[in-house]
Design a binder for this molecule. Structure first.
Ligand code: IMP
Length: 215
């Protein structure tokens, strides 16, 4: 089996049921020629994320989809790490939203924990978004691509764009949160351009360079 990806093949299976992620992955991958088919489109079950790192969870999701379909599959495991909270919520970012996926509540929980620690200055409120993409083939081969973006946790949250924890994260060098940025601004990247901004776009930049030869 060749471990290459050819946009001429047309579609790529994305092992995610998260609508916010699928929208962003579509925006990042369609310009390089792929049509995205999601795990939800294929009625694939969501595997339990039992790993202890973003890489392990990304592998679990991509391998489950590749083995179930016999097709190469791409997953994204991501989250926000807050330094003052020993990098929580981290890999548990989705779980902090609870069964209702309520990220207003999850952001409030982070804020309450920061307040309890007296973390009121910008330096005390450092954190990052992390995304690990995993590409898996049905023979069990995997490749991972990590992207991170450093920034500050702000309160109250600002903006209604994006998804999840976007409204309370202000990336370094910017005076707006991801929730106040269009997705083009949040990604900061188109294939062939140098500087991606978001964690996910940075991971995609590595993926495009290594797998598609696009710098
Ligand atoms: P998982 O990768 O499916 O475990 O879920 C990651 C969770 O982290 C998502 O449900 C979001 O709440 C959060 N997250 C990941 N990436 C982003 C992002 O780009 N913006 C805001 N929240 C994100």
């Amino acid at each position: 089996m060749t471990h290459r990806l050819d946009p001429a093949a047309g579609s790529l299976l994305v092992a995610s049921h998260n609508k916010g992620k699928i929208i962003e992955i579509r925006e990042l991958l369609e310009p390089v020629g792929f049509t995205i088919v999601s795990a939800a489109d294929k009625n694939l079950p969501e595997p339990e994320e039992t790993g202890t790192t973003f890489e392990e969870n990304a592998r679990i999701k991509a391998l489950a989809a590749a083995l179930a379909t016999g097709l190469p599959a791409l997953s994204d495991d991501s989250g926000v790490e807050v330094d003052a909270l020993d990098r929580a919520p981290g890999i548990y970012s989705a779980r902090w939203g609870g069964p209702d996926k309520d990220f207003t509540m999850a952001m409030r929980q982070v804020e309450e924990k920061l307040q309890a620690k007296g973390a009121t200055t910008p330096e005390a409120r450092r954190g990052r978004f992390v995304a690990v993409l995993c590409l898996a083939w049905p023979d069990g081969t995997t490749r991972e691509f990590r992207g991170e973006v450093e920034g500050q946790i702000v309160w109250p949250p600002r903006g209604t764009l994006g998804f999840g924890y976007d409204p309370f994260f202000q990336p370094d060098g910017h005076d707006r949160t991801f929730g106040e940025m269009s997705s083009e601004e949040k990604h900061g990247w188109r294939p062939g351009q140098a500087d991606a901004l978001s964690h996910r776009a940075r991971a995609f930049q590595r993926f495009a360079r290594d797998m598609l030869g696009i710098s």
